[in-house]
Design a protein around this ligand. Structure first.
Ligand code: OGA
Ligand code: NI
Length: 362
């Protein structure tokens, strides 16, 4: 028997074409949440295997927290590399990105999602003045059997001029400032990580290969009826070199333990940033650094935001295991692939855990 549904839900969801309302009209899941919906629409119901309740979580464990205040200390660089090998994920504190820049971009994300749907719709795939900027919902609604409870604004950075011309004024300066302010941290992390891969010096070409393009996303996970039946973001690994993620104080990000079926929570730490290895670095490091599956649960009582910066190769770059590793006789486990082909493969399908990287396996 179908579960009883309240009269509000019966009215609102039965008389509503959900996909049209959420995806095409620019209301997003925030529009559904704001209606005070009491039961999750069926389009969002995930198969039992993907629901939060089906995962085993180790409550007493989490990813490493690394104090970056003294990077001159070789132990700090070592703990960054160890974390990237064993967890693929860590948090950094005393990272040098001003707390004000972090607070401002979180406020700006709330500002953007508070805009009326007609304003947000101007940035949707159909209406955006540039393909580098998109307001959307779920992950890939046309490829997904079940939708994800998330709205986002995705901004692929090309130049300050393009950002100034097109990015929404409520979040433009804050997003640019957060990107600019995190540049030094990104370089410090890459320097530490690539030294263990025999890269003595990151020259201009290498820098472009590791961090030649960037995308910043503003993610919004509104209050969800029946959070236990859906997901905020399904299991996936990122396609980046590194991801720098700012989360608010709500929590809900889970990371899979390496070679294990259990998961750990990433507790919000005020002022910290979450760093994770993406598929591009897993491939370039020939599997040494791990791009780990992660997911976000939906929340029944609070609106959550997060702001990842995806640090990527350029779309036209060919990525593969670094020559510095192979020249010592190490056997490559990945082939050379065009980065834009890799990314296209990722976006063509629904979130499916770690399967994207098979695209580059030999
Ligand atoms: C992502 C992601 C995690 C979060 O955007 O790729 O994994 O906490 N986000 O929002
Ligand atoms: Ni991710």
């Amino acid at each position: 028997m179908a579960p009883a549904i309240s009269s509000t839900t019966a009215q609102s969801t039965h008389s509503l074409d959900i996909v049209n309302f959420v995806v095409n009209q620019g209301n997003g899941v925030k529009g559904l949440s704001d209606m005070g919906l009491e039961t999750l629409p069926e389009q969002y119901i995930q198969p039992p295997t993907e629901r939060t309740t089906s995962y085993s979580v180790v409550p007493e464990e989490s990813i490493p927290v690394i104090d970056m205040s003294n990077l001159g200390d070789p132990k700090v660089a070592d703990s960054i590399c160890d974390a990237a090998e064993k967890w693929g994920f860590f948090q950094v504190i005393n990272h040098g990105v001003p707390i004000e820049a972090l607070e401002n971009v979180k406020d700006a994300a709330h500002g953007f999602f508070s805009l009326p749907p007609e304003d947000k719709k101007k940035y949707s795939k159909e209406h955006s003045p540039t393909t580098n900027m998109r307001f959307g919902t779920s992950f890939s609604p046309r490829a997904e059997k079940s939708l994800e409870w998330k709205d986002y604004l995705s901004l692929f950075y090309v130049s300050d001029d393009e950002a100034n011309a097109y990015w929404p004024s409520v979040c433009k300066n804050q997003a640019l400032e957060y990107m600019r302010a995190s540049e030094v941290l990104i370089k410090r992390l890459l320097k530490a990580l690539t030294r263990r891969l025999n890269v003595e010096n990151i020259d201009e070409d290498k820098e472009l290969l590791f961090m030649g393009s960037k995308r910043i996303n503003l993610n919004y996970y509104p209050i969800c009826p029946n959070p236990e039946l859906t997901v905020g973001v399904g299991r996936h690994s990122d396609v980046s070199t590194l991801t720098i993620l700012l989360q608010d104080d709500i929590g809900g990000l889970y990371v899979r333990k390496l070679d294990d079926d259990s998961w750990v929570h990433v507790p919000p730490i005020s002022g910290s940033l979450v760093i994770n290895v993406g598929d591009a670095l897993q491939i370039m490091s020939n599997g040494r650094y791990k791009s780990i599956e992660h997911r976000v649960v939906a929340n029944g009582s609070k609106n959550r935001i997060s702001v990842p910066i995806f640090v990527n190769p350029r779309p036209g770059d060919i990525i593969g295991p670094l020559p510095e590793l192979l020249r010592n006789g190490e056997k490559p486990i990945y082939k050379q692939v065009l980065y834009s082909d890799y990314v296209r493969h990722f976006f063509k399908k629904a979130h499916d855990g770690k399967l994207t990287v098979d695209f580059a396996k030999i």
